[in-house]
Write a new protein. Sequence first.
Lengths: 284, 308
Amino acid sequence: MLGQVVISGILSGALYAMVALGLALIFGVMRIINIAHGPLLMLGAYATYFLYSALGINPFLTVPVSMLALFVVGALLERTLVFRVVDAPELSSLLLTFGISIALVNLAQLAFTSDLRSVEYLTGAWLVGPFALSKARLVAFVFAGALTGLAFSFLQWTRLGKAIRATSQSREVAMVCGINVQRIHLFTFGLAAALAAAGGALIAVIVAIQPEMGQIWTFKSFLVIVLGGAGNYPGALLGGILLGLIEQVASLFLTTQLSEVVAYVLLVLVLLVRPAGLLGGRQT
Amino acid sequence: MRHRSAALVALAAVVAALVVYPEFASGYGVRATLQVFMWIVLAGSWNLISGLTGYVSFGHVAFFGAGAYTGAILVAKAGWSWGAAALAGGLAACVLALVIGYPCLRLKGPYFAIAMLGLNEVLRALVSYFEGLTGGGNGLSLPTLDATVPIYYVMGASAALVTLATYVIITSRFGLRLMTIREDEVAAEAMGIDTARHKLYAFLLSAAGPGVAGALTARDQGYIEPISVFPLATTITMIVMVLFGGKGTVWGPVLGAVVLFVAQEVVWARYPYVYPLLFGAIIIVVVLLMPRGVLGLLQIRYRLPRTI
């Protein structure tokens, strides 16, 4: 039983980590908590759903397409709206992204209706020894792990990735070094939206989707970066796996409803005891 | 000074008209005005924490719901009168605000905002879980009682009280300290303001109104369920009302509540799907183009005092 819980926790934890990495990047680079992160994930899920149901493309192959589409959406949002509040007080950026999030959810309701939709692909589970591994979840895990790995190597080794990390350490010094900070903001927002979209695409294969699915993901992603330490990118990995494990363990003893409460109490406790996150400090 | 006394006379006339209104009005008129009062209470209360200290509360409807359930349980299961239950609803909301605010307000803005975003979902889950007390997803029915007109007066008095409290706070040293926190929290601390305590006081004040309004609404509607008292839409509406009218002002929430409620009644009937989308658009436009709302624009253009 415990083994099953650990496996399920790690499977969903990788997804949490990938989606939260997007939120952490925006927070690290632009000092903005993007409330619209979850709704962007929702758009990614719908992109995959329509590519699969209308064109019949393998849903896992749609992941890069969804990511690219949402990269463009994210970049557009940054260039038209978000860049205006980068240096404004927190109140402005929180409210602006909140407004964007409401607009996106309601646009989705208008365009796609509130019906639950699901991608019927790769259902069932593989039995490995005593454990049951949901096929969709396992493949989603592999994708999430690979994409997160790619994102980290990108940040670690490419010039653009280094520029992103430099900007999140100190915008002024990055500018002095000749980094075009505006471009980095644009790219980071697009990249974060793409990571959210990848999450949405993979979630669409696992559970049914609807326009309001996003809100809870903003909250969960935030919980992950609080657990890992805001602005600490590797911390998002640890936070994601931790959240996955905690949720699974909680669901052993409690109903699904109450396991959401556990995540919340955890958030308040971590904020109270270790406001800098479990790993502490900013490390980029 | 002439302007000031003219404004006071006009205000007294509006209040007097609202007092005698139920004698003449149709049932719909009284209900609609009651709704406007409720929105004034909610928007005015949100303004106290978010407009004055700049700490955005994305889950303020949680206090409304907590008040509604406290009031409804006391009326339905313990046989309290609705007046006492409304006070208890306000108190319950304050207790909740203390529990949440104590840890979360010690942190800077975004943490508080997201913690509030989650609070609402959590309360809804808890209410659904404790079925024995709350009726769970089936909801909770209150004994039938036609008290719309007395509730109209109590809700109206609450709206007046919240607006008066906002005026008193904005013109006091306490209010100045809150606004200092909003403008620069580090500077406020350096000046010797106990920021955590001030934020907590403002938060408690902002929770009481929605708690009372929730208990009154529960009594008036006679039936509550988790979906009806914890909708995210309510938080969105109060935020939009305050932003539109002018955050951090006395009359901004009132203006926003009246204008947007009327707009909602007119637009809602025809385009039910477009209207929530419009709210998102209003938030974006207000934040980018007129961060101080309609009243803020008027204050600048006509050199009105800060205390309106």
